[in-house]
Write a protein of this length. Structure first.
Length: 349
């Protein structure tokens, strides 16, 4: 909670949390409940937008439950919550013992889940009988007249179509202009495009920053088509045993050089993203990193990108009066901090 309040004070625009049952690696050490944590964060912050990054509504949670949780958090935060959704990872969803469907089936389930959540946000009674999911006379009794906006994580054509159809924002973790272009072509023009960039800042030692990044995020380069299938932390560890510290340093900016961190953010801006989640690796660096970000990183981004990263749009959905980038903090509980130049999210590494 201290980090959430500190990030808001530093000037970040919104705070997000991964919705996991497991960390990716045992060394991350934590995986708290996202909804309980975000409810608490809503009470220690006043301005920042809050977001799940992201919740899977097809197995571990039924979409009717996700809709209720999101609607309640929207009220508790006075309309500051954005519901980030994705098709999930075996890592987290296997715990309910239903097996892990192939990707095409997961996208069918995700389509049905998005339909259910959208309908429930209307406040009306909902009945639904799909191929994979059912709802029997459900109704949200506590939902704002303007319910939470929805963001959808994308990695390819199928998820992009779902995002364009249902979502107020696209979510992605690679600075890929093809994703943003396809999203706009599919109907997402004018909507937010939220990215995420890893950095490993250290006030003095590049070597220490590289060591942390290798310890905690050496798995990241496997790509989500592979990562989504891995069943546990041991599998993530085994899949990336050959990754060396110098390999990680080539893909993640490490150390005190502010220009390297700004350049990593710029890659997303150049690819057409409107918001960037900065993942600061290393939970022990949180207080010092947040102080540095407020005093140096955010001003440097303003100067370099020649836009006011911290000016909020007219609406939280970013569809009116918003064409610039925003800054936020992404905090992960434990050994990894994630700060988003558009979000602060609590994660469990």
């Amino acid at each position: 909670m201290r980090y959430a309040a500190q990030a808001e004070e530093a000037g970040f625009d919104f705070e997000v949390m991964s919705d996991h049952y497991f960390p990716w690696l045992d060394s991350m050490g934590h995986a708290p409940n996202a909804w309980t944590t975000l409810g608490a964060v809503a009470q220690v912050t006043e301005r920042v937008e809050l977001m799940t990054y992201v919740t899977c509504p097809i197995m571990r949670y039924h979409p009717a439950l996700v809709a209720q949780q999101a609607a309640t958090l929207g009220l508790l935060s006075d309309g500051r919550f954005l519901l980030g959704l994705g098709a999930g990872e075996n890592l987290n969803e296997h715990v309910v013992g239903r097996g892990w469907p192939p990707a095409n089936i997961r996208h069918e389930m995700f389509d049905e889940a998005l339909h259910i959540i959208t309908e429930l946000f209307s406040g009306d009674y909902v009945n639904f009988a799909g191929t994979h999911l059912r709802v029997d006379s459900a109704k949200l009794w506590d939902v704002a007249l303007e319910p939470p906006k929805i963001g959808v994580a994308v990695s390819g054509a199928k998820s992009i179509r779902l995002a364009a159809n249902y979502a107020d924002a696209m979510i992605a973790v690679e600075p890929d202009a093809e994703l943003t272009n396809q999203f706009e072509a599919a109907g997402g023009a004018g909507k937010r495009r939220i990215g995420q960039v890893l950095i490993s800042w250290d006030p003095s030692s590049k070597d220490d920053a590289i060591a942390r990044a290798h310890d905690l995020f050496r798995w990241f380069g496997g790509g989500w088509k592979v990562n989504a299938e891995l069943p546990g932390t041991a599998a993530f560890d085994a899949a990336r045993q050959s990754v060396r510290p110098e390999d990680v340093a080539q893909s993640i900016p490490c150390g005190p050089d502010i220009d390297a961190h700004v350049a990593a953010v710029r890659d997303f801006v150049d690819a057409g993203f409107t918001d960037v989640a900065i993942v600061q690796i290393g939970g022990q660096t949180h207080p010092e990193f947040l102080d540095w970000a407020g005093k140096e990183l955010l001003p440097a981004l303003r100067r370099t990108l020649k836009q006011n990263w911290l000016t909020r749009p007219t609406g939280l959905d970013g569809t009116t009066g918003h064409r610039g980038q925003r800054a936020g903090a992404h905090q992960m509980v434990g050994d990894i901090a994630q700060l988003d130049v558009a979000q602060l999210r609590y994660m469990h590494q």
